[in-house]
Design a protein around this ligand. Sequence first.
Ligand code: ADP
Ligand code: MN
Ligand code: MN
Ligand code: MN
Length: 333
Amino acid sequence: MVYKAEYIWIDGTTPTANLRSKTKIIPDGEQPPIWGFDGSSTQQAAGSSSDVVLNPVLVVPDPIRGGDNVLVMTETLLPDMSPHPTNTRAACVAVAEKYEGFDTWFGIEQEYTFFDGAKPLGWPEDGFPGPQGPYYCAVGADVIFGRDIVEEHMDACIEAGLHIAGINAEVMAGQWEFQIGPVQTPRVADELWIARWLLARIAENYDVTVSLDAKPVKGDWNGAGAHTNFSTNQMRDSYDACVAAAEALGTKAAEHIKGYGYGIEDRLTGLHETASYQQFSYGVSDRGASIRIPWQVARDQKGYIEDRRPNANADPYVTTCLITETVCSVAKS
Ligand code: ADP
Ligand code: MN
Ligand code: MN
Ligand code: MN
């Protein structure tokens, strides 16, 4: 017999890449091999030499098709097997290997917004819903929109063996969050990309789309982020190491903002539980800071810190790579 392997990859769309996928039928007993696609249709090649290679990096059970079918997260390579210019995973792997001794863990909070056509799910045809306040972690049909999709997605992530940590309804009506981690990189990023694919795929069945736009509705509405929690073995042992990590991030603030997703200036305004992208800050329990040190971490004098700056549309290979390099390069080894 045979099974179906859904090969998932990240395309070359700018300023924010999209996910693509296609199916390969594989004989039972064989592993998903290297495959390829037409890069001229994904902003990844010219028509004259259009082949881009798909290299499997993580294979998980496919909760959509069930049975022996699988999802295959891949990275893109050139035909000479070097990383494709749009492949951000290769650099992430190199940095993770360089600082392997720090045993870095990441937990990423993925916020997103459901859309029903041109408007967020649950919003009236014309105008706006009531102002923010009642929607966060709410219950009730007047304040919750899309819960069936969220539940189905959470179950799918569990069935796929992803390290999903939880879900919650967000501050803007139609906005939600799920968390992946804590897991090492690049695995956390591989899993996050699969979880994003599953969400868009499941929402298809409801005629709903998923937006990772950092500021899907302009004005007095919360944006969508991808808060990135992280720790090294030193931070999990010492509060000084947590503070040192926050200080290290302050020395490279502009470089990080550049890698944290398109449209970050629209989201990190200093309002709506954000710190301005132009001003770096950190503090205990401070949701208006760039970096938050959770209160339990201050109490326990060890743990992790939260980088609140990455956008929902950020590439987790890039964000985890930046954080690892900045924090570990100055940490005492
Ligand atoms: P928030 O209070 O900011 O909404 P969440 O509960 O949504 O926090 O997310 C916090 C995330 O932090 C968890 O999902 C988990 O993956 C991650 N986390 C917990 N401990 C650690 C750690 N030691 N290192 C890295 N990440 C961690
Ligand atoms: Mn959260
Ligand atoms: Mn959130
Ligand atoms: Mn958070």
